[in-house]
Write a protein that binds this ligand. Structure first.
Ligand code: PEP
Length: 247
């Protein structure tokens, strides 16, 4: 089954999330895609309440890089787990850039997520300058290596890698399907070199960056691609339902 992860970013109050979910779930048929909705922290409770038994997973957009205690404003893995969260996004470019999250912190977040039995959506991707200077694969390799450092091979079962070129996220621009296929191949090669060939085949890799109901058909048959991460396009229930229908 193809994977679809929806990143609501900093959109929707709890009341808006409730209205959204009631609308969306009244028209959603479970079983077509493996769907995770990553709403803001303040909506997780309502999401858990409404999505349980509806074949929709609760996701979060971030996790603290420490366990408990003196971290004002942070949300721990334990808190997420108890809020019904199954997957957490780690390494989104907006967090890498604005909140200066580096490879070390991303690696700690992943380990804490796994310790708390949470799945991880690990975002990796190159900037426009890196793309134009042909550094894409170097960047992917470096980001993957630092994020996955010290993990056991069996822990990769809980990781979904999201290839998200920074220049495509929220811009309306997308790579060619062949460019996505080449990046996916490179991601799998890094996993093969650092872990094993079998885990490189088994690890799930999705694409994110300006996917919507108009362009998804171009990408849905990309070789070895397991699904998509959508941002802006998930904010309208009808648009998200269309994307699911076309997957
Ligand atoms: C994202 O934020 O991860 C994303 C893919 O956003 P968008 O679909 O809006 O480009």
């Amino acid at each position: 089954m193809k994977i679809l992860i929806a990143n609501f970013k900093m959109n929707m109050t709890p009341s808006q999330s409730k209205d959204y979910l009631i609308n969306f779930l009244s028209r959603y048929e479970s079983g077509k895609v493996d769907l995770t909705l990553c709403m803001p922290y303040t909506s997780l409770y309502i999401e858990k309440f409404l999505c349980v038994n509806r074949g929709v997973k609760v996701g979060a957009q971030n996790i603290a890089d420490e366990e408990d205690g003196h971290n004002t404003g942070e949300i721990s893995g334990k808190m997420l787990k108890d809020s019904g969260v199954e997957y957490v996004i780690v390494g989104h470019n907006e967090r890498r850039k604005k909140f200066k999250e580096d490879g070390k912190s991303i690696n700690k977040k992943i380990k804490i997520a796994l310790k708390n039995r949470l799945g991880v959506v690990l975002c990796v991707g190159e900037s426009l300058i890196e793309r134009n200077t042909l550094k894409t694969y170097e960047v992917l390799k470096e980001q993957l290596k630092s994020a996955l450092k010290g993990l056991y091979e069996n822990e990769l079962e809980k990781i979904i890698v999201a290839y998200e070129p920074i220049w495509a996220v929220g811009t309306g621009q997308t790579p060619q399907p062949k460019e996505i296929e080449d990046a996916v191949k490179e991601i799998r090669k890094v996993i093969s070199d650092d872990f094993s060939e079998i885990s490189s085949k088994n690890i799930c890799v999705v694409y994110g960056g300006s996917v919507d109901s108009k362009n998804i058909r171009q990408f849905k048959n990309c070789k070895d691609l397991d699904g998509f991460l959508v941002g802006q396009a998930c904010l309208e229930p009808s648009e998200l339902l269309k994307i699911i229908a076309y997957m």
